[in-house]
Design a protein around this ligand. Structure first.
Ligand code: NAP
Length: 498
């Protein structure tokens, strides 16, 4: 039984419902195989799908995992339409049949009268599907006084709300389940083991319906190492909006896991970065920053690298001697990508396509290495401004066709997600040059394909992504990362069927 009182980590519960007991048991076995500790059988939904509540309860003894039994009423966002007396009768039967936990909304605990489970542990739940609830501390105290293990599930409106959940958990006076629903609340589920949550919920797989922001059990157990998490683990992450597509949790957690580093890296969906940092910055030891927040936190760090100021964008906050230090690891990655293929850049002509965020990092990084920069951008005024900053030349698209470049770098978004589009005409490639495309979806863009066909040496955008992440990892952990492992984790995410 994995529910011993002396357990060190959070338990993983997988909510399940099925039309037959056979499917419910098969899904419970899948949950066990994936690493879950508990299955939550939703009797209300099972009945809605066609299974009899009595049959479900009779199957508890056959479950491969301890069962948390829930019968949520239709007016509690469940599917149960029976009477309070009938529900109480079923919960009593579940207790006798060997359920490990029985869950009922705290607002309905009066329906149980004086009855309390003899064998099962009673979970008293409160949900707020639209906000963060009120007086959660007082609510939890009343749940404990009523003899229950408290569960509060509220809805985060932004990642700053995570601070409330963390505070509840780290100051708990007994077992507590506390989580924030929604994508903004997702880290509360991923960090339950660090914050000391009694259990956390996960979906069986990608297909399984769930509360919004619920990870799969495989993600929680594998990528986020929930069973290994301890209260002294460091918390790292990436902020952005949107963030669900981010590769960073995949590659950083793969490296942290391989190196056995007591730290976990989570995706924070953040709308207001300053509010997030004020609420949560004190317990985050390293942060990657992505679109649209690369400019947002410049003023909160104690120090920044010179290139950050020049580029005007920061993609990393790391703790150095207890102080926050802002960096731009894109710049170092760009230099490594280009010099790795083209060698020493002093005196070489680099044609830069784009003057957006990445275009600025390219221009400043390569100018710092002595390259002669020629910049072309759809909005010409931005190219002029950037060329002035880096001592380069801004040209129009037609003028760019006549430039005798050694290196061509694409920093525009052209080609991203569109394998047929290229920012540069195929017939304008020059053999013997180096062509670097920062776009990495698809992995081989039309630009790279055309350049290879014309006899140019190519550098794919994934190289930059891995190198910037590797540099962040060094700053977060002080360790040298296994970049081959990081690349494999990225490729597994980008190309899951390969
Ligand atoms: P951004 O700040 O929005 O800049 C977009 C750039 O693309 C601007 O120069 C923009 O020109 C240009 N552009 C957009 N659509 C265009 C079009 N249809 N035709 C011509 N030019 C167009 O974005 P960003 O942050 O610089 O990101 C740019 C790309 O870099 C992303 O799409 C991504 O693929 C890539 N990236 C790669 C990595 C990596 O690690 N490999 C990291 C981050 C980003 P205007 O100035 O005229 O709008």
């Amino acid at each position: 039984m994995p529910l011993a009182e002396d357990r060190m980590s959070s338990l993983v519960a997988v909510p399940l419902a099925a039309a037959t007991v056979e499917i419910l048991l098969a899904d419970s076995q899948r949950a066990a195989t994936a690493g879950a500790d508990i299955v939550e059988w939703r009797v209300d939904t099972c009945q809605h799908l066609g299974a009899s509540p009595e049959d479900v309860i009779a199957a508890i003894r056959l479950s491969p995992l301890p069962v948390l039994l829930t019968i949520r009423h239709a007016d509690e966002t469940g599917a149960w339409t029976g009477s309070a007396i009938e529900r109480c009768r079923l919960l009593q039967a579940a207790d006798m049949a060997g359920a490990a936990f029985i869950d009922i909304e705290f607002a309905r605990v009066g329906d149980l009268g004086a009855w309390r489970p003899e064998r099962a542990r009673l979970i008293l739940s409160a949900h707020d599907f639209s906000g963060m609830g009120k007086d959660l501390g007082g609510l939890i105290a009343r749940m404990r006084a009523a003899g229950g293990l408290p569960k509060v599930a509220v809805t985060a409106r932004d990642a700053a709300d995570l601070a409330t959940i963390r505070q509840l958990l780290v100051s708990r006076t007994g077992d507590l389940i506390a989580l924030a629903m929604g994508e903004h609340g997702m880290p509360s589920r991923l960090l339950a083991g660090v914050w000391g949550g009694f259990l956390t919920f996960a979906r069986l797989d990608e297909q399984a319906g769930s509360a919004p922001g619920q990870p799969t059990v495989t993600e929680l157990v594998g990528r986020y190492r929930i069973h290994a998490q301890r209260s002294d683990w460091r918390i790292l992450g990436v902020i952005g909006s949107p963030i669900a597509h981010s590769l960073s949790p995949h590659i950083h957690n793969a490296a942290l896991s391989q190196d056995g580093v007591p730290a976990v890296y989570v995706p924070f969906r953040v709308e207001d970065p300053m509010a997030f940092w004020m609420a949560c910055g004190s317990w985050i030891q390293g942060l990657s920053i992505t679109i649209p927040h690369k400019h947002a936190l410049l003023e909160i760090v104690a120090g920044v690298e010179p290139l950050v100021t020049a580029i005007g964008a920061m993609n990393t906050i790391a703790m150095v001697n207890g102080m926050t230090r802002g960096g731009n690891t894109d710049a170092a990655a760009i230099i490594a990508c280009v010099e790795g293929a083209a060698g020493d850049l002093r005196g070489k002509t680099v044609l830069c396509l784009g003057a957006g965020g990445v275009g600025r990092a390219i221009a400043h990084a390569l100018a710092s290495r002595g390259a002669k920069l020629v910049i072309v951008n759809r909005t010409h005024a931005r190219a002029v401004e950037l060329a002035t900053e880096v001592g380069g030349v801004a040209v129009s698209e037609s003028e760019a066709y006549g430039v005798a470049f050694d290196v061509l770098v694409n920093g525009t978004a052209v080609g991203m997600g569109k394998p047929q589009e290229s920012p540069w005409p195929a017939e304008r490639h020059r053999p013997g040059t180096v062509v670097f495309d920062t776009v990495y979806t698809p992995l081989t863009t039309r630009l790279l394909h055309d350049a290879q066909a014309a006899g140019a040496r190519t550098v794919p955008g994934l190289d930059m992504f891995i190198l910037q992440a590797a540099e962040q990892y060094r700053r977060f952990t002080g360790r040298e990362p296994d970049t081959a492992l990081m690349r494999a984790a990225a490729l597994a995410r980008l190309n899951p069927s390969a």
